[in-house]
Design a protein around this ligand. Structure first.
Ligand code: HAM
Length: 425
């Protein structure tokens, strides 16, 4: 006789969430609910590779960002090519648009995607190493109405799943004509401050990011820092004002946050974040903005773009914080309970026919008593339970219990599918 060694059960990698029932239906409702809203606004699905050539992200997202410098899952494949698990979606979308020449057709190109992204961050509540996003990108037209469309769409995504406790913050990061001069002005200001070495280095590489310093002593030092919003070019100002006017027209509430700093380098002009107050430190449930230089940066045409990424994991946590549900909670509409071998044989067919008719149905398997089997109907959240025993079989009928109305009646066996179809319509 051989003895098998008992292994410690495996666990998911650190910082990687599983979504199992009963949470997984909620996860799907959020993800698919967002995607549905994007489709309603004319965005078409794009399915992107999970990994890409490393250079795409280094060039697209920016070498100075934490995402690229510290958080990428990068490895050499067996052919010794450096590849990276996608940390975000925008760079991959641009690569695919250029590669397939979508930018040579009707503009704007409007695309939506959903799926996992990977960032080697320090795991904590709401901060995962495998995170899920639904994103949209509208490429090729520099129209403030498109910025407003994208922002209103994100707002509708969150409201459509029932969230209320969130707010929208936005600002403008300026354009090519005003940002370089502002950057210099900000650096001039920063280099006069008593900065620690790390902050000084950041001021050197990406001074805008210093404005995001959360330390109280730094906040105090930065009170009088010049802000991009006060130094916009006329064109950038007009663009931003028009975005705000559209949002006002649509009744989308916002707060202007001139110190907003996004974690990715490609943004200019309009940038925004949706923040939920019930989530603690990881409060950003979605963010995005305009990225007008990105396509050219990646070797494509000089075309503009605007988009967002919404955090599905965090939206789910926000729903839980608001004690709300996005899914119906029912696994199936109809649940079959058969007593005895002949009844079971018939029930298997009925359940199959219900599914063919587009009605979600399941049944009790194994040898369980009526009481135990009826518990199964309850747990499945079924609206109807079908009970079939020898007595019913003989009468060519089936007991149909409406579990929400607490009513029961006998239905002819060959009419039960049509009957349930009517009842569930
Ligand atoms: P992002 O702000 O880096 O933007 O990510 C978008 C959203 O993904 C965040 O607001 C957050 O909800 C979620 N998220 C990010 N990191 C994590 C994490 N470690 N754990 C859980 N959730 C996370 C982008 O990725 C841009 N590509 C969005 C975009 C599209 N901008 C223009 N187009």
């Amino acid at each position: 006789m051989t003895t098998s060694r008992k292994f410690q059960p495996f666990q998911a990698p650190k910082g990687v969430p599983d979504y199992v029932p009963p949470v997984s239906p909620e996860f799907l409702a959020v993800r698919d609910g967002f995607a549905h809203q994007a489709h309603l606004a004319g965005y078409e699905h794009i399915e992107l590779p999970i990994f890409e050539e490393t250079g795409l992200f280094a060039r697209g997202v920016g070498e100075s960002t934490d995402v690229v410098s510290k958080e990428m899952y990068t490895f050499a494949d067996r052919g010794d090519r450096s590849v990276t698990l996608r940390p975000e979606g925008t760079a991959g979308v641009m690569r695919a648009v250029i590669e397939h020449g979508l930018d040579r057709g009707q503009l704007p190109v409007k695309l939506t995607y959903a799926g996992p992204f990977f960032r080697y961050e320090r795991p904590q509540a709401g901060r995962y190493r495998q995170l899920q996003q639904v994103g949209v990108e509208a490429i090729g037209i520099d129209d403030p109405a498109l910025d407003a469309e994208v922002i209103a769409l994100a707002d509708r995504c969150f409201s459509s799943i029932g969230l209320t406790g969130y707010r929208l913050e936005l600002t403008s990061l300026g354009d090519d004509t005003c940002r370089p001069a502002y950057r210099e002005k900000l650096q001039e200001f920063l280099f006069k401050l008593p900065l620690d070495e790390e902050t000084r280095r950041r001021a050197d590489i990406n001074p805008l990011r210093v404005l995001d310093d959360k330390r109280p002593e730094m906040k105090e030092l930065l009170v009088d820092a010049p802000l991009m919003l006060d130094h916009l070019s006329d064109a950038a100002r007009a663009h931003f004002d028009t975005v705000l006017a559209h949002l006002d027209d649509m009744g989308v509430a916002y707060e202007i946050n001139p110190r907003m700093v996004r974690g990715l380098d490609y943004y200019n002009k309009t940038t925004f974040e949706f923040v939920h107050d019930g989530l603690g430190a990881q409060s950003g449930i979605g963010g995005g903005g305009r990225y007008d230089g990105l396509m050219a940066q990646l070797g494509g045409q000089e075309l503009s773009g605007v988009g967002f990424g919404l955090g599905v994991d965090r939206a789910l946590l926000a729903l839980q914080a608001e004690q709300k549900q996005a899914a119906s909670g029912a696994r199936v509409s109809v649940y079959g309970v058969a007593m005895g071998a002949a009844a079971k044989r018939r029930m298997v067919t009925i359940i199959n026919e219900l599914r063919q008719a587009g009605i979600s149905a399941d049944m009790a398997y194994g040898e369980r008593g009526l009481k135990g089997a009826m518990k199964g109907a309850d747990r499945a959240g079924a609206r109807f339970a079908l009970v079939l025993g020898d007595r019913e079989l003989e009468a060519n009928s089936i007991a149909c219990k409406d579990l929400s109305a607490h009513e029961q009646r006998d239905v002819a066996l060959d009419e039960v599918v049509a009957e349930l179809r009517r009842a569930l319509d």
